[in-house]
Write a protein that binds this ligand. Structure first.
Ligand SMILES: Nc1ncnc2c1ncn2[C@@H]1O[C@H](COP(=O)(O)OP(=O)(O)OP(=O)(O)O)[C@@H](O)[C@H]1O
Ligand SMILES: [Mg+2]
Length: 377
């Protein structure tokens, strides 16, 4: 950036005047600057004030140096960013310095004609200083943000990879014996219908199967299990899930109100879709459990062109709007014993069937909506 400097007599006069009144002007400035006592280092701000004053006087008396302004601006920007303070106050303080200099130089008795070119120089310096400091500050903050988000993404990926590896071996080791135990329990039940505790054992094993399947869906599910594509009647599937959850529904005194179109069929793997509804209903059950008034879960279906919208709503507490974008991310949980993979699994499965899952939550109701293509007859 080029600047035309005339180092005439007026420059000397004003430079000299500024040198003589340095302490006074900086003292005026110091009394008016904005300082955050808990964050800012006032000494440092004042030290920088002196440095800037020197740069200004130097350029009036001797030589204008853009490099000098730039270095000081970069130094201040780094300090502001390290202290994690807003750049607004800094811009205010620097402009305050400019006003004080201009105001008192105006009162110096030097003629307006003589002052004019020097004012231009002073303004130019302050403008450049602000420009360099704010640009640098923004750069530093942006880099910091990028590094942070890179770190989060990386840790996230690492955790997912570990979970994937764990799940694969875990699922292999547990699923096959579990399936055969469940088969033998069925046989026992058939051969000895009056044998006690079989129902309890079956129920517990079903729970275990749900958890194991959940892990299965966080790993490379397509390679581990082949999804069957069969015709699924939504209302039958949801009824099955409600039956399965019936003990917790009764235990927690929850009213479940299904309003499901009995005609609706979709194409998919029954176990996978069951996993989706289990997760959504279990979450809804958890959500209404703290509700002191009536605890209600509604299930509705809406047909729209070739799509079905399945809505699972509950009257539990509102989900914090800031949490909504993270609900479907793995490991996001607000529960003491939650793993935070339920909704992640739901999203994976629903998207596999070219569907969508969304959530809306307000003071009255929280709704999770799944949209799936319907099976045409
Ligand atoms: N119906 C709902 N009402 C309120 N908050 C909900 C509801 N469903 C999900 N959430 C919020 O979303 C978070 C994530 O749900 P998600 O099912 O993924 O995990 P989780 O239920 O915490 O654990 P798990 O892996 O055992 O399912 C929950 O911890 C809860 O904060
Ligand atoms: Mg859950």
């Amino acid at each position: 950036m080029e600047i035309n400097i005339q180092t005439g007599n007026e420059h000397k006069k004003i430079g000299q005047y500024l040198l003589e009144n340095k302490e006074k002007f900086i003292h005026f400035w110091e009394e008016q600057i904005i300082v955050h006592h808990h964050k800012d280092n006032k000494e440092l701000i004042i030290q920088n004030g002196y440095l800037m004053y020197e740069v200004v006087v130097n350029s009036i008396l001797h030589e204008f140096s853009e490099q000098e302004i730039k270095s000081l601006a970069y130094k201040v920007a780094q300090e502001r960013a390290d202290a994690n303070v807003n750049i607004g106050e800094f811009v205010y303080n620097i402009n305050l310095g400019r006003s004080i200099i201009i105001k008192y130089v105006n009162l110096s008795g030097i003629t307006a004609e003589e002052l004019h070119p020097v004012f231009e120089l002073i303004n130019k310096q302050f403008d450049l200083f602000c420009y360099y400091a704010v640009s640098r500050y923004t750069e530093i903050i942006n880099t910091k943000l990028q590094e942070k988000s890179l770190f989060i993404t990386q840790t996230h990926k690492d955790r997912l990879a570990i979970l994937g590896q764990m799940s694969s071996s875990f699922v292999h080791e547990f699923r096959n014996p579990l399936t055969s135990v469940m088969g033998f329990i069925k046989l026992l039940n058939h051969d000895y219908p009056n044998l006690p505790y079989l129902d309890v054992i079956s129920k517990e094993l079903e729970e275990l199967k749900f958890r194991i399947t959940q892990f299965l869906h966080t790993s490379k599910m397509d390679t581990l299990v082949e999804s069957k594509y069969e015709e699924i009647t939504i209302h039958l599937l949801i009824e099955e899930v409600i039956d399965f959850l019936y003990p917790s529904i009764v235990d927690r005194n929850i009213r479940v109100i299904p309003n499901i179109n009995e005609e609706i069929k979709v194409n998919g793997d029954c176990n996978e879709l069951k996993q989706v509804f289990l997760n959504l209903l279990m979450n809804a059950i958890d959500a209404v459990t703290d509700e002191e008034n009536v605890r209600e879960i509604k299930i509705d279906t809406i047909l729209e062109n070739h799509l079905v919208k399945i809505r699972i709503s509950n009257n539990g507490p509102t989900i914090n709007p800031e949490a909504i974008p993270y609900l479907f991310e793995p490991f996001f949980t607000t529960k003491k014993l939650g793993t935070g993979i339920g909704l992640f699994v739901c999203k994976n499965i629903v998207e596999k069937y070219l569907g969508q899952i969304t959530c809306i939550s307000n003071d009255h109701v929280t709704t999770f909506q799944i949209t799936l293509p319907i099976k045409n007859n």
